[in-house]
Ligand binder design. Sequence first.
Ligand code: BTN
Length: 325
Amino acid sequence: MKSEILKILREADGYISGQQLCDQFQVSRTAVWKVVNQLKEEGYPIEAVRNKGYFLKELPDIFSKEELESRMHNAWAGCEVHFFPEIDSTNTKAKELGEAGASHGTLVVADRQVAGKGRRGRSWSSPAGENIYMTILLRPKMQPVKAPMLTLVMAYSVALAMQTYDIEVGIKWPNDLVVNGKKVCGILTEMSTEIDFINYVIIGTGINVGTSRFPEEISQTATSLLKETGKEIPRAELTAEVMKQFETLYGQFEQTGDLSFLQDGYNAILVNFDRQVRILEPGRERNGIARGIDRQGELLVEYPDGTVEPVFAGEVSVRGIYGYV
Ligand code: BTN
């Protein structure tokens, strides 16, 4: 009820009468008053005027379960939020929830991670109060081989969400988001499967929204939206926008079973496109030119002898010849 009342107050043009809220939720005036008071204590400037009702005067930048849930307008993606001020890793928590039977679309969000996980066993810097650390739990009805494509669906969803703020974002294949040549977002997908059945998939996304100083070891390659654009983007709003884009794209993916529906859009912002890449495979290195993704999300690479071969995410690491991109 708290998230719902917050949603109504945020979307209202003017005052909302207490009676209207009582009728809608079938509760007493005191119950409504208690919820409003809780919201006030959490930092929402709500004015209560006799005979008029309640009015939310400003939209504070709050990151909480209620703020997130009240911003979702989806059928399933992110409608149920588990929020933690501090956690080891949202991926670990999402797996726990997956094992416990949580439903498709459940979203785990944290303000801070003390053991944030990156790809290839690396850690993910996760300070409090600045960024988004979130993991969505999915129960896809598809063959396990298709699951890696979901990572690209998320990467493209985050890119579309950033574009709604007029941010010029690029994708470094397969799933790093880049602004001005530096990384602003990383994605770590993990799954639990039977031989031909997906139990669940979790997609963990870290978006550097407001960090201004990065640890020395990543300061050359990592950046934040604030640093690159000067924009102060409310984290809950951006999270909800990502979930909105993801729900739409996921629906298209379910229908087509491949990435043909986003291939052109993805290639248009692929920073590797038509650029030299070095493919690091176990035991050998090859240079080629990236020619975009195919409908499976594999990177097509043209080698000096003119052959074009797909590179599978997970098997190789792609490094730009010139630095990070
Ligand atoms: C990468 O190495 O690029 C992937 C980074 C993924 C970080 C996110 S933050 C939310 C989720 N929880 C984690 O522990 N990792 C992912």
